[in-house]
Structures are given as C-alpha cells and as structure tokens.
Design a protein around this ligand. Sequence first.
Ligand SMILES: [Zn+2]
Length: 267
Amino acid sequence: MPSKVAIAIGAHPDDIEFYMAGTLLMLKQAGYEIHYMTVANGNCGSVQYNAAMTRSIRHAEARAAAKILGAHFHPSITNDLEIIYSLELLRGLAAVIREVKPAIVLTHSPQDYMEDHMNTSRLAVTAAFTRGMPNFKTVPPRPTADYEVTIYHAMTNGLCDQLRRRIIPGAFVNTTLVHKTQLKALGAHKSQQNWLDVSQGMNSFLLAAENMLLAVGRLSKKFKYAEGWRRHLHYGYCKLEADPLGRALGKNYLVNKTYERTLQRGF
Ligand SMILES: [Zn+2]
C-alpha cells in the first residue's frame, strides 16, 4: 500500500493557497498527511518593505497559512525570481522529497505566466525522479527509498499558458467542502493584498481566488468550486494507470473526458 502522504510545492508564499490548497485539504480529509513548501520566500512581494523585512513577514504569513491548512511546513530555499533550474535548488528540493516520501506531489503547471512557477514545476518533477537514486546527492544528505509517486500539475493564473492558450484540466477536484478554509489560509497572506493591487491590478486577491475556483467549477459542470489538475506522464514515477487523487477522493474527483480525448498515446 502506498503511504498516504502528499506535498504541495509552490513557487511563492500564497501560490499553494491559490492553486492547490483545496485539493490538499480534501486529501487531509481523506486521511492523508499533508505537507506545504514554497521554493521561494516571497522577498520581492512588496513595494513597502525591503527584501529582508518582506521575507520575514511572508515567512510568518506562510507558516500561519500552513497551520490553518493543517499542513507540515517546510521552509523556502531561495529568493523570488531566483528559482533557477539549478543543481543547488535540485539538491535542496530532492532532500525534502526524500524526507517526506510523498505518494502525491502537487505543483505548478509546466506552462505558466512566470518563470518561477515553471522552474518550480521542473525542479519538483526532477526532485521526485531522484528519490531512489543513491548516486544523486541531496543537501542535506538524505537516504533514498523506492516507492511510487504521482505528480499533478495545477491550473494557472487566467487558466491559460504564457502564450495565452487555454489550459484544459485533466481532472477536477471538488473543493466546495473546504472552500472557506482555503480562503482563510489565503487571507493569512495579509501583506499580499496591497502588493497584488499595485503589481497586478487585482482589486482583491481573495476575490481573484474565488473567481478562479468558481470558473474551474463551471468547467467541471459538476462542482461549485473546483481545482483542476493535469497528471504527469508516469515513466520513472508510478504505474501507467496510477491516479491516487482519484482513489483518495472518490466522488469529489472527476476525470475530464474533454482532456482525455486530446491525449495522443504513443503506444
Ligand atoms: Zn507565484
């Protein structure tokens, strides 16, 4: 039996709450131990405070959000806009994967509006790939283990990629039951209200999340609020048919037949 452990790996403090926390909460309700990590610390997310102050404020906010979610918190390993696909970050993230031993990894879409998100996705994917490879050294050093892991990629801001093309979810998770808690965790990132107003023209980041979750819910034609996911190709991770989100969430999970029809299998 695979262990009931899941980790959400986001780029910045508040990304998990925007794109992944509903599913994380549903997994917790299904008996999973859940983990929370953002690769970057959020130090650029302010026009009010300097980087050190911003980092410290956002670290506290992220910890508070993880507590609301009931998730184990893992500290960030770099600064905003410094999430480069690098050996240093790969070794750091692989160490976390080896500690946590997740059966499910939730992370960003490989296509997204900013590089930090896309590089987080790439780093998470490769960190999970190395879990059973003793010749790949992590920092700090952590022992390898042989187990199956399934990776799911989240939806994006605007539900499209960086070239404005639509991203269609491969599956939907009903987040209606945990919606209040998800927004409460997002609300813990108080410093971001002002920043997102100034930098990205969001009149309310809570409203932005509400609208996105409603929009994905409408796409599902079934759930009021939903998060969308695309499952990573299984090679190097798990069996072809492995879909632990579906197994864990049952009727609160819906495979998107529209997406399935777009898949072109090699063999
Ligand atoms: Zn972000």
